[in-house]
Design a protein around this ligand. Structure first.
Ligand code: MLC
Ligand code: AMP
Length: 505
């Protein structure tokens, strides 16, 4: 095939009048209409000089046009680099520098801040607003609704998705066409997606979950999506009757359960609810079953690996587990000290191998070598076990990571900002349980001798440097941090001490 990703997910729907996107205003976009939009964008990207393998960074609101940009990248062979809309210009600058993106797409309001940065890095800029206006679509309008699909192979890169790391420096996970396609096909089959499915899509489309899991599975099945700009309880309840399936992070489900309108009758017609990106509490799973009669299907994945495991479609979906390795995925529980596989039932570090596993970190061979073994196993940093029935349970994280509402936050990145502030000697950032976001960020500060750090000034500095979802929800000042005999900060002690700040337990 000339371009496996484009041909399999997009091209085969050419000429189809079947609905692809149902919009909140009642409008809809057919497959043919979507592909025409994508082809026009592809023509424009090409006219701007983008070639296969070039990187396109997009920090844009969720919209049909933003999704068509992904399809246009597949069709032109351009590597798609979506960015969280919450990232500050400071954060985006790093991604542009590191990726060497040749085109940056932002909304009109962001142009003022990003334009000079992009120009300084030799990148072009185009705008795309939430309503589809802006220079990208103006340029695209001059192009044909067909585009000669660029020749690409399954091993060519399709996307670069940045994930933070324990050192505070983000790494671009290189995802090939094969990585994305293999996972889409496996999930479509495992979760029984067909062209009759209508997925209620309220996830962001700058991460694996909303972009690849939800969208690629729908495309692979030829189904449709109710494409909402974001998660909102009222909107979900309004559109639920037209949906057959929904994918979410645990916060979606706890928020829905907090609304009495979300009940058995409202969900009776639904075929499937899936959850991932963060641990779904067994208590949430049980409440959901008791309220609706549906067992949420929990699965486990990562940016670097797409999806690794899933509870069964048919069979027991066990609360507190992430199910079985997907077909084509090998999963081992290993001793973190030496990488040796551990006996069934013992807790260790999860390692995975398969066509789903990424190609390494963009221009970071050393980081790649630390996490991706030569035999193809990826060291996930998650701690877990395989139980007596073969279900994988995630029991913790070996990596210093906070997951808030499905977004990953690496404490080091925040500590680097806090440590720079006047009057701060050092800091430790921890995640503590939070009733809405699952976990949230707490900053613990040690002042320099005789100083009183100014909390407002510190939060203002965090606002400049870091996306809002990474900001500490509370700052605590201590005389010193608890350390072990090796001098390492004992975050477990801090987590225990401040564990009930938000839950009040
Ligand atoms: C928004 N805020 C958050 C936040 N999201 N703070 C912490 N954590 C989050 N996740 C901020 C807002 O900026 C706002 O700031 C305040 O919190 C309250 O906003 P809100 O209106 O309640 O938030 P909302 O816009 O409703 O967003 C919450 C959410 C959203 C849960 C709907 O975060 C979301 O869609 N999360 C999904 C993340 C996701 O898709 N993850 C997949 C990663 S892929 P202020 O200024 O008002 O205080 C992956 C692999 C895999 O992990 O396995 O899938
Ligand atoms: P990301 O880097 O955003 O792709 O986040 C991946 C991380 O999210 C994984 O390494 C896990 O720690 C976590 N994760 C994803 N799905 C689950 C799940 N179902 N249960 C627990 N943790 C999960």
């Amino acid at each position: 095939m000339a371009n496996p990703l484009y041909d399999t997910l997009f091209g085969r729907h050419a000429g189809s009048d079947a609905p692809f996107l149902h919009l909140p205003d009642g409008g809809q976009i057919s497959y043919a209409g979507f592909l025409a939009m994508a082809a026009r964008i592809a023509g424009h990207l090409s006219a701007l000089g983008l070639k296969p393998g070039d990187r396109l960074a997009a920090q844009v609101a969720k919209s049909p046009e933003a999704l068509a940009l992904y399809a246009a990248c597949a069709q032109t062979g351009v590597v798609f680099l979506p960015l969280n809309t919450a990232y500050t210009p400071t954060e985006v600058t790093y991604f542009l520098e590191n990726s060497g993106a040749s085109l940056v797409i932002c909304d009109g309001a962001g142009r003022e801040a990003l334009g000079p940065i992009a120009a300084g890095l030799g990148a072009q800029v185009a705008t795309l607003n939430a309503d589809g206006s802006g220079s990208l679509m103006e340029g695209a309008a001059d192009h044909s609704e067909t585009f000669p699909t660029a020749e690409r192979g399954a091993d060519d890169l399709a996307a670069l998705l940045y994930t933070s790391g324990t050192t505070g420096r983000s790494k671009g996970a290189m995802l090939s066409q094969r990585n994305l396609l293999s996972n889409a096909q496996v999930l479509k089959d495992e979760w029984r997606f067909t062209s009759d499915d209508v997925l209620l899509h309220c996830l962001p489309i700058f991460h694996t979950h909303g972009l690849f899991v939800a969208t690629n599975v729908t495309l692979a099945a030829g189904g449709a999506m109710i494409f909402l700009p974001k998660f909102d309880v009222d909107a979900v309840l309004h559109h639920l009757p037209q949906a057959t399936t929904m994918m979410g992070v645990p916060t979606f489900y706890t928020r829905l359960l907090d609304d009495a309108r979300f009940d058995g009758p409202a969900t009776q017609h639904m075929r499937l609810f899936t959850s991932g990106s963060a641990p779904l509490l067994a208590e949430t799973h049980d409440r959901f079953s008791a309220r609706t009669g549906h067992a949420i299907l929990e699965r486990y994945g990562m940016t670097e690996t797409n999806m690794n495991t899933s509870n069964p479609y048919e069979g027991d979906r066990r609360a507190g587990t992430v199910g079985f390795p997907l077909p084509g995925v090998e999963l081992k529980v290993c001793d973190p000290a030496n990488g040796q596989e551990l006996p069934q039932g013992e807790v260790g570090q999860l390692e995975v191998r398969g066509e789903n596993v990424f190609q390494g970190y963009w221009q970071m061979p050393e980081k790649t070598a630390e996490e991706l073994r030569e035999d193809g196993f990826f060291i996930t940093g998650d701690l877990g076990l395989i139980d007596e029935r073969g279900y994988v349970q995630i029991v913790g994280r070996g990596k210093d990571l906070i997951i808030s509402g499905g977004y990953n936050i690496y404490p080091k990145e925040i500590e680097l900002v806090l440590d720079e502030q006047a009057g701060v000697l050092e800091s430790a950032v921890i995640g503590v349980p939070h009733p809405d976001f699952g976990e949230t960020v707490v900053g613990v500060l040690v002042p320099e001798a005789g100083q009183t750090p100014d909390a407002d000034a510190i939060m203002a500095a965090a606002g400049e440097a870091l996306a809002r979802f990474k900001h500490p929800r509370k700052l605590i000042v201590l005389d010193e941090l608890p350390r072990n005999t090796m001098g390492k900060v004992q975050k477990n002690i801090l987590r225990e001490r401040y564990g009930d700040l938000f839950t009040g337990e």
